[in-house]
Design a protein around this ligand. Structure first.
Ligand SMILES: [Zn+2]
Length: 311
């Protein structure tokens, strides 16, 4: 596995696949299940050189029960559970968005480089219930798939405003079954879904003034980064002062954050998958404004991993 990666990592200027299908979107739904469509429209109207939107095959029940409780999974797939069960399309949506993460993981494990999926609503999902707009934890489902495909060390980097307590729980439950190899680094600006640190899950909650420096330190504290087989980046936009976050984290800070993440990852030749995570519209901040923030992740991914200059 590692040998294969080393042959592939040095490819530069490679295309970044961005997984999206209309099945992701529940029209008229809350931001978590509707904003991907707005962002996909932006990416079609103003394409980012070096990226290509592709439709993923959906996740299967087997993919999901590798991480979550079977009874809960069947409730959701039957339309009777999850965070958006009032929406008829919610089961198809969550299979599609989870599939996007899985296909992105498979792609970068095969070819190296970077891929994205316009999935959100992942990191608060617990073993047997949804939480905080998250139904299934696509981060851990993607990491578990990577281990099955031969990866030995998967880093989940979570920079959503809120803590990834669902991810921490699910990594711990896998470890209880002797499935090791997944770790989390989590920098948040809110205590929602807070958890106790463990050797495999390190959480810091900070304010705006220490935000970028804490992320930089957290990345540089990661031991032996060359041995990481895959990074899964939960690229939440809700730390932004207008998208649900804290005053002082503005668009420029977000762009510097995305640059920092992809430059760190690229400097170690790591395959990386990014997803959308949080980011919320309000009275003076539209879904389109939120989508423009998420677009920054794709732009910085393309600049760093596809060698494309963007404005
Ligand atoms: Zn959040």
């Amino acid at each position: 596995m590692k040998q294969h990666h080393e042959n592939q990592h040095h490819v530069t200027g490679s295309q970044i696949l961005i997984y999206f299908s209309p099945d992701f979107v529940v029209d008229g739904g809350f931001d978590t299940i509707s904003k991907a469509g707005v962002l996909a429209d932006l990416l079609v109207a103003r394409p980012i050189a070096g990226t290509e939107i592709v439709s993923p095959a959906p996740a299967t029940r087997n993919d999901i029960v590798a991480v979550h409780d079977e009874f809960y999974v069947d409730q959701v797939l039957g339309g009777r559970g999850g965070q958006f069960s009032g929406d008829d399309e919610s089961a198809a949506s969550v299979l599609a968005t989870t599939g996007g993460v899985l296909r992105a993981v498979e792609t970068v494990l095969e070819t190296g480089g970077c891929a994205g999926s316009l999935s959100s609503g992942l990191h608060h999902a617990k073993y047997d219930h949804g939480s905080g707009y998250c139904t299934f934890n696509g981060l851990v489902i993607g990491a578990r798939k990577a281990l099955k495909l031969g990866a030995r060390r998967v880093l989940i980097l979570d920079l959503d405003a809120h803590c990834g307590g669902g991810t921490k729980e699910l990594i711990g439950l896998l470890r209880d079954r002797n499935i090791d190899g997944i770790e989390q680094v989590d920098v948040s600006v809110s205590s929602f879904d807070q958890y106790h640190n463990a050797p495999f899950a390190q959480l810091k909650i900070v304010g705006a003034s220490e935000y970028l420096s804490t992320i930089e330190q957290s990345l540089s504290d990661i031991a032996d980064p060359q041995s990481i087989d895959l990074v899964i980046y939960n690229a939440g936009m809700d730390p932004h002062e207008k998208a649900g976050g804290v005053t002082g984290i503005n668009t420029e800070v977000i762009r510097r954050r995305e640059a920092m993440v992809f430059e760190w990852s690229k400097s170690h030749n790591l395959p990386i998958v990014w997803v959308l995570a949080g980011g919320y519209s309000g009275d003076s901040f539209t879904k389109r404004d939120v989508a423009e923030l998420h677009r920054i992740t794709a732009e910085e991914a393309a600049r760093v991993y596809a060698g494309i200059a963007t404005s």
